[in-house]
Design a protein around this ligand. Structure first.
Ligand code: KIV
Length: 271
């Protein structure tokens, strides 16, 4: 049985929560030891080759969610509601239901007090919601650290309290100064999941392509690389291409043979 919302809530203050993004069944099956797989709209960049998340559609997120569900055994699946899919309460509920039908256990959306009513209506429809504060990639003009001044910090803390009251079961804090992430984590009852927000959050999330060293376009400071898969892949592809050109691949162990007597009969027929 895979993790549920209650399991995640109970981890606050006891055990750090591990989250990785995942968009396809093969990768999700490999990463399924983390607590949560986030089908993020970062798929727009790492899977679809867009510059940002602004062109990601509901159809894209449904397809990625289905693929993630097909690979998971243990992790909770949270899927992003893409930009423009939660403008009204009706849109938000209808589109959240589509992601749940595709295999998500919960949905995530970006914003503070301005989306409080939307969050409330989704949770009233019995769909768990993860919030997302700090840097909001769907609308950000620039990727800068959030909560660096007293005023902006107070606003972030207020937003965190408001969306917690609206019913989120956890909140992603993206590129929030470590001190503010710590205060939010201490002040709210649900777990915070940090990305570039320091060690005091209740859990951490990374984009799987960043942490495996697969995505080379952007290298955020916070995205620690645990592997450099892009080099390994390039080397493997080079070896494959050389072996094919030099007729070293395929060799006998990669072939299928016809029965010798059948082959003799075939040759006689052809010749
Ligand atoms: O889309 C995404 O992958 C995200 C994470 C960066 C938190 O929202």
């Amino acid at each position: 049985m895979y993790k549920n919302i209650q399991n995640i809530l109970e981890m606050k203050g006891k055990e750090k929560i591990t989250v990785l993004t995942g968009y396809d069944s093969t990768m999700v099956a490999l990463c399924d030891q983390v607590d949560v797989i986030l089908v993020g709209d970062s798929a727009g960049m790492v899977m679809l080759g867009y510059e940002d998340t602004s062109s990601v559609t509901m159809e894209d997120m449904i397809r990625f969610t289905t693929a993630a569900k097909n690979g998971r055994k243990n992790s909770l699946i949270v899927s992003d509601l893409p930009i423009n899919s939660y403008k009204t309460e009706n849109d938000a509920i209808r589109n959240s239901l589509k992601l749940i039908e595709a295999g998500a256990d919960a949905v995530k959306l970006e914003g503070g007090k301005e989306v409080a009513e939307i969050i409330k209506s989704i949770t009233e429809a019995k769909i768990p919601v993860m919030g997302h504060l700090g840097l909001l990639p769907q609308t950000a003009q620039k990727y800068t650290v959030q909560g660096k001044t007293k005023e902006s910090a107070i606003e972030l803390i207020e937003d965190a309290k408001i969306i917690t009251e609206s019913g989120v079961f956890s909140i992603v804090l993206e590129m929030v100064s470590s001190q503010v992430a710590r205060i939010i984590t201490e002040k709210i009852s649900v777990p915070t999941i940090g990305i570039g927000s320091g060690k005091f959050c209740d859990g951490q999330v990374l984009v799987v392509h960043d942490m495996l060293g697969l995505f080379e376009k952007i290298k955020p400071k916070f995205a620690k690389r645990y592997l450099c898969l892009s080099d390994e892949i390039r080397n493997a592809v080079k070896s494959y291409a050389v072996e094919v050109k030099e007729e070293k691949f395929p060799s006998i162990e990669h072939e299928f043979q016809m029965d010798e007597s059948e082959y003799t009969k075939l040759r006689e027929h052809i010749d």
